[in-house]
Design a protein around this ligand. Structure first.
Ligand code: CO8
Length: 260
């Protein structure tokens, strides 16, 4: 029997599934239970025909201040390596096929920054602060920070953040390309929901193909990626949604996508 989650809250707005990280006393520090609950919630939304897009968010003060340092403090190499501890349930989010938006306010540090980067794009409030401060704890990022951050912001800034442990604010993060938009704190959820609802109205087949194709850019060389995109592009001509989308444009009406 599944029990109600304790470290997250889950709700829907129209066809948008929203997961809010909810360990306020620890600034949403990420532990195994939270990551299990987050993974389960996202997988459930992914499987739900009524959901077209997801949002992961935190509190005003913290998206997530990193992995739970208290929980990790006494781990040995044998603990973490043998049990694949901490890392084992972190990448569930990567298997989600519908879009996931990170709506980030406050601290997104360490594993919190890595979690945001595992989402498809990041919308930040103007009080957001991003960083990979693990170096200050005698460790390095462990959930993709040294790999996804340089892909997002380039080597120089990624090195700066990983080696000095400093935080960058939302303006710098947008300038560097880590986040797609910055909005006032009180507009964060409206902005994220607005984007999610726009996505929900498109053909889910095209949305999933676009996500898969953009992600391919980070996994392959240019010609392989372009070939993958071309095959996906061709494949979408087999869908009724392509016929509907183009007919609606020609007939100057709103398309009615059925995801077939
Ligand atoms: N883990 C556990 N508890 C935390 C964490 C954390 N990461 N961050 C904050 N807290 C707790 C504090 O201990 C404090 O608890 P209490 O009230 O009981 O003392 C409470 O949250 C509030 O924190 P502060 O009083 O420190 O609040 P401030 O506003 O003064 O400072 C900061 C906020 C700057 C965010 C500060 O709390 C801080 O520096 N936190 C640690 C940030 C950090 O180092 N993050 C990286 C952690 S390591 C990591 O993420 C590795 C990821 C590896 C992933 C591997 C899996 C794949």
């Amino acid at each position: 029997m599944s029990t109600a989650p304790e470290c997250i809250t889950v709700r829907t707005e129209g066809r948008v599934g929203i997961v809010t990280l909810n360990r306020p006393k620890q600034l949403n520090a990420l532990n195994n239970q939270l990551m299990d609950e987050l993974g389960a919630a996202l997988k459930a939304f992914d499987a739900d025909e009524n959901i077209g897009c997801m949002i992961v968010t935190g509190s005003e003060k913290a998206f997530a201040a990193g992995a739970d340092i208290g929980a990790m403090a006494t781990y040995t190499f044998a603990d973490v390596y043998k049990g694949d501890y901490i890392t084992r349930n972190w990448e569930t989010i990567r298997s989600v096929r519908k879009p996931v938006i990170a709506a980030v306010s406050g601290f997104a540090l360490g594993g919190g920054c890595e979690l945001a980067m595992m989402c498809d794009f990041i919308i930040a409030a103007d009080n957001a602060k991003f960083g990979q401060p693990e170096i200050k704890l005698g460790i390095i990022p462990g959930a993709g920070g040294t790999q996804r951050l340089p892909r997002a912001v380039g080597k120089s800034k990624a090195m700066d953040l990983a080696l000095t442990g400093r935080m960058m604010d939302a303006t710098e993060a947008e300038r560097a390309g880590l986040v797609s938009r910055v909005v006032p704190l009180d507009k964060l959820m409206d902005e994220a929901l607005g984007a999610a609802l726009i996505i929900c109205d498109f053909s889910q087949l095209a949305v999933m193909a676009a996500k898969e194709s953009v992600n391919r850019a980070f996994e392959s060389g240019l010609s392989d990626g372009v070939m993958f995109e071309r095959r996906m592009f061709h494949a979408l001509f087999a869908t009724q949604d392509q016929k509907e989308g183009m007919a609606a444009f020609v007939e100057k009406r709103k398309p009615d996508f059925r995801n077939v």
